[in-house]
Design a protein around this ligand. Structure first.
Ligand code: B4P
Length: 185
């Protein structure tokens, strides 16, 4: 059973690669971004709060995100293995995840760190053109990633295997590199 985390800047391809892994490894795909977007389209209170942060390129507060994730990861389908796409994004979220996994008696197999250049990210996201994909917001999201999410890699470096993968070129080629790494775990 594999339990993995994807860490990478906005637009580094976490969602894209997670879909390909799901296809090949039959594990649950948990995307906090997708969960927030679903709440936004259903016009829930959680969605309204999340939207006010996402539109500015800020992170949704830890308190809300941790609660939502803890409920999701306790669900039965996660027992067959899971990948977290876009969580944890802060050291606080990582600490809360550790606590939760300890309670559930689950171990992380690895972290996939997707990386590429800011220039490529800006091009990709302007091309994707989602609601939060305008240039000012993208630049803020990149800064937020550097300030708040990169420290998560430091937090895990002595306890979990970190696999660094360059996320450029054809998504299928990037997937082949990740697949090979996961099969050798
Ligand atoms: P997310 O939904 O996680 O989205 P993302 O970081 O923008 O994108 P991702 O890396 O998944 O890129 P994708 O594969 O789609 O976050 C959105 C927002 O939600 C955050 O800013 C935050 O506000 C909030 N949020 C989410 N999780 C949170 C948390 N834990 N705590 C607090 N707030 C949270 O790829 C992007 C584009 O690139 C696509 O168009 C794709 O087709 C293209 N692409 C991908 N790989 C490519 C490749 N190899 N070559 C060419 N194009 C490629």
């Amino acid at each position: 059973m594999i339990n993995i985390i994807f860490i990478g800047a906005p637009g580094s391809g976490k969602g894209t690669q997670a879909e390909l892994i799901k296809r090949d490894f039959n594990i649950s795909h948990i995307s906090t971004g997708d969960m927030f977007r679903e709440n936004i389209s259903n016009n829930t209170e959680l969605g309204k709060t999340a939207k006010s942060f996402m539109d500015k390129g800020e992170l949704v507060p830890d308190e809300i995100t941790i609660k939502m994730l803890n409920e999701r990861i306790s669900a039965d389908d996660c027992k067959k293995g899971f990948m977290l796409d876009g969580y944890p994004r802060t050291v606080e979220q990582a600490k809360a995840l550790d606590e939760m996994l300890k309670k559930l008696n689950i171990k992380l197999s690895a972290i996939i760190h997707l990386h590429t250049s800011d220039e490529i990210i800006i091009k990709r996201l302007l091309n994707r053109a989602r609601a939060d994909d305008n240039e000012a917001t993208i630049k803020n999201r990149l800064q937020v990633f550097k300030n708040q999410s990169e420290p998560v890699l430091d937090y895990y470096k002595s306890s979990v295997k970190i696999i660094k993968v360059k996320s450029v070129g054809n998504p299928d080629d990037v997937h082949a590199v990740i697949s090979k790494e996961l099969k050798s775990l």
